[in-house]
Write a protein that binds this ligand. Structure first.
Ligand SMILES: Cc1cc2nc3c(=O)[nH]c(=O)nc-3n(C[C@H](O)[C@H](O)[C@H](O)COP(=O)(O)OP(=O)(O)OC[C@H]3O[C@@H](n4cnc5c(N)ncnc54)[C@H](O)[C@@H]3O)c2cc1C
Length: 363
């Protein structure tokens, strides 16, 4: 019996599991390693924080999906992979052998060597502890004004800042939310729409302002000023799992697994990777769920083909992708290449896409 090991229950592996429902790979045992039973879908995280969704509406039940796919589940974290011994080591000490392994472990917050950030900031990722910490913050000292800083002016940072404002308004809480953005993250037209949306959500922006250090409190040090907040939410890009550096897999300069057009490690053909964990050779794709989702379908077919020793399919990334930025209230900005538009209709569109994605994994 061959062993196919799915390491991490991200978007792409959810697809792989779904492809196995009613269509198992003959002669192959499939095992998923995941720390949690549920995968929280990032596209709906701002809506969860804003209060538009309940937690149960934003998760994929990996245990149920794996059961339908005929896959075993091991609840643990991968601590390392040894591609020479074809073995994955788990955090609690066990090891699992594989014939083919696939990595879809996402990414970690990128503290970018900012002193004190890892210790005193609240990382948006992993999502589960972030959501729990946000609920605790909202419940704290209800008569006080809650002062929150957000580091990171990309789509995730602006969406979360506006979602938190919305959540405070809905809970009848007074709050002040400030956003630190070290550089413009959007093309000018889209950037103007985002700036207007932030202003109407009463999020104060510090443009071209990098957080230089974080002190206990937390106190944000930026441009020589020290400002105190109730929390600093860290949403500044993606960092790889540090243990990847010791695996011998060929990595990109940032430390993500370099894969070829088949989503296969360029150094170890028995290892596949997709989503944030992987970097496609020759293509500078953003670390975004959109790509993890698209790669999932190709990965599913290629893992089957690899197990059956058939030729692999190629993945070619879309040149332009649709971005839908939710603005706290039921309002969103849509962008597609150079085009952008906004309105309540864009939020309803995003809501439909997200709900369709998540319900596709239900029985
Ligand atoms: C606040 C926020 C909002 C975002 N919103 C959007 C959006 O609207 N649209 C969009 O396209 N992108 C969005 N992104 C980016 C998006 O989250 C990532 O690009 C996407 O989640 C990557 O998908 P993935 O499948 O690679 O990994 P993930 O979705 O991160 O899944 C990885 C899984 O692996 C598990 N895992 C992690 N480490 C281990 C380990 N050691 N062992 C075993 N399992 C492990 C995790 O628990 C997780 O379930 C957002 C990001 C943030 C921070």
């Amino acid at each position: 019996m061959k062993q196919l090991l799915l390491l991490g229950g991200g978007h792409a592996h959810a697809f792989v599991l779904r492809s196995l429902v009613g269509a198992p790979i003959e002669g192959t045992r499939v095992t998923l390693v995941t720390p949690h039973r549920h995968h929280l879908y990032s596209g709906m995280l701002p809506g969860l924080v804003a209060g538009h969704y309940a937690l149960g509406e934003c998760v994929i039940d990996l245990a149920q999906l794996a059961a339908r796919a005929g896959a075993a589940v091991v609840y643990d974290r991968v601590a390392s992979v040894d591609p020479l011994r074809r073995m994955a080591r788990l955090e609690r000490g066990g090891e699992i052998e594989y014939d083919v392994a696939s990595l879809n472990l996402g990414s970690l917050p990128n503290f970018a060597a900012v002193p004190g950030a890892a210790e005193h900031a609240l990382a948006a990722k992993p999502f589960e502890p972030f959501v729990a910490a946000w609920e605790r913050l909202r419940a704290r000292g209800r008569s006080q004004t809650l002062r929150i800083a957000v580091a990171g002016g990309g789509a995730a940072g602006v969406e979360l800042a506006m979602a938190m404002t919305r959540s405070l308004i809905a809970g009848g809480r007074a709050g002040e939310i400030e956003l630190y953005a070290d550089r413009p993250a959007f093309p000018p037209g889209l950037g103007r729409r985002v700036a207007r949306a932030l202003a109407s959500a009463a999020v104060a922006i510090h443009p071209s302002t990098a957080v230089d250090a974080v002190e206990p409190g937390p106190v944000v040090v930026a441009r020589g000023e020290r400002r105190s907040f109730d929390a600093l939410v860290w949403v500044t890009g993606a960092a790889p799992q540090p243990w990847l550096a010791e695996t011998g897999l060929t990595l990109d300069p940032a430390g993500f697994v370099l894969v070829d057009q088949h989503l296969r490690s360029i150094s170890h053909p028995q290892v596949f990777a997709a989503g944030d964990t992987a970097t496609l050779l020759g293509a500078a794709l953003p670390k975004s769920g959109v790509y993890a989702v698209r790669q999932g379908a190709v990965l599913a077919r290629n893992l089957r083909r690899a197990a059956e020793e058939r030729p692999l399919e190629s993945y070619s990334p879309q040149r332009v992708s649709l971005a839908l930025i939710s603005c706290g209230a039921r309002y969103a900005i849509a962008s597609w290449g150079p085009f952008a538009a906004e309105g309540e209709w864009a939020w309803r569109w995003k809501d439909r896409i997200d709900r369709r994605w998540i319900t596709a994994f239900l029985p």
